[in-house]
Design a protein around this ligand. Structure first.
Ligand code: FAD
Length: 154
C-alpha cells in the first residue's frame, strides 16, 4: 500500500489539535499532536502517539509526565510553531498545573503521569494517568485533510 494514500485516508478523520508539553532539565518542550484520545474513565487515562523520530519521545521518557493542551481556534500559529513549520524561534508562554507546563490560552489542559508505554511500529503510545484538568469556554481548532479549519456557526 502506498504511504501517501494511507496518509490521505487517515487525514479524512477530522480531529482537534493538541500541543503535548513536558519539562526536562528546566526546559519546556512542546510538540503538535492530533493522535490523542481518551482511554478510560475509571481510572482516568488518555493516550498520545509519538513518532520514534520526534525529540519529544526521549523527553517524555525522561520526565515521565506531560500535558495535553487542546488548541483554541485562534491558536493555529502555535500548532505550526510546535510542528516545526515556522522556523524562527518564538517565545511561547506556558503556565503550570501541578508542576507540569501547560500552554497558555489553550481550550483545555490535561496533565498526566506516564502509566504505561507501548512501542507500536514507528510510534510509541504513552498512556497518561490524568492528574489535573482545566477548561475554558472557547471554540476549537480543527484539522482535516492536512488543513486547519474552524467550526462553522449554526
Ligand atoms: P522539535 O522538532 O524539536 O520541536 C518542534 C518545534 O517546536 C520546533 O520548531 C521547536 O523550536 C518548537 N518548540 C519546542 N519547544 C518550544 C518552546 N518551549 N518554546 C518555543 N518553541 C518550542 N507527530 C507525532 O509524533 N504524533 C502526532 O500525533 C502528530 N500529530 C500532528 C498533528 C498536526 C496537525 C501536525 C501539523 C503535526 C503532527 N505531528 C505529530 C508532527 C510533529 O508535530 C512534528 O514532527 C514535530 O516537529 C516533532 O517535534 P519534535 O518533538 O521532534 O520536536
Amino acid at each position: 500500500m502506498d504511504d501517501r494514500q494511507f496518509r490521505n485516508v487517515m487525514g479524512k478523520f477530522a480531529t482537534g489539535v493538541t500541543v503535548v508539553a513536558t519539562q526536562v532539565d528546566g526546559k519546556v518542550h512542546g510538540m503538535t499532536a492530533n493522535a490523542f484520545m481518551s482511554v478510560s474513565l475509571n481510572p482516568k487515562l488518555i493516550v498520545v502517539s509519538i513518532a520514534e523520530k520526534a525529540s519529544m519521545l526521549e523527553k517524555i521518557k525522561q520526565s515521565k509526565s506531560f500535558s495535553v493542551n487542546i488548541l483554541a481556534a485562534d491558536q493555529q500559529e502555535l500548532s505550526m510553531i510546535f510542528a516545526g513549520q515556522l522556523k524562527e524561534h518564538r517565545e511561547v508562554q506556558f503556565d503550570w498545573l501541578g508542576g507540569i507546563p501547560v500552554l497558555h490560552g489553550s481550550l483545555a489542559q490535561i496533565t498526566c503521569e506516564v502509566s504505561a508505554s507501548h512501542v507500536e511500529g514507528d510510534h510509541t503510545l504513552f498512556i497518561g494517568k490524568v492528574k489535573e484538568i482545566n477548561i475554558v469556554d472557547s471554540e476549537p481548532l480543527i484539522y482535516f485533510s492536512g488543513k486547519y479549519r474552524k467550526l462553522a456557526e449554526e
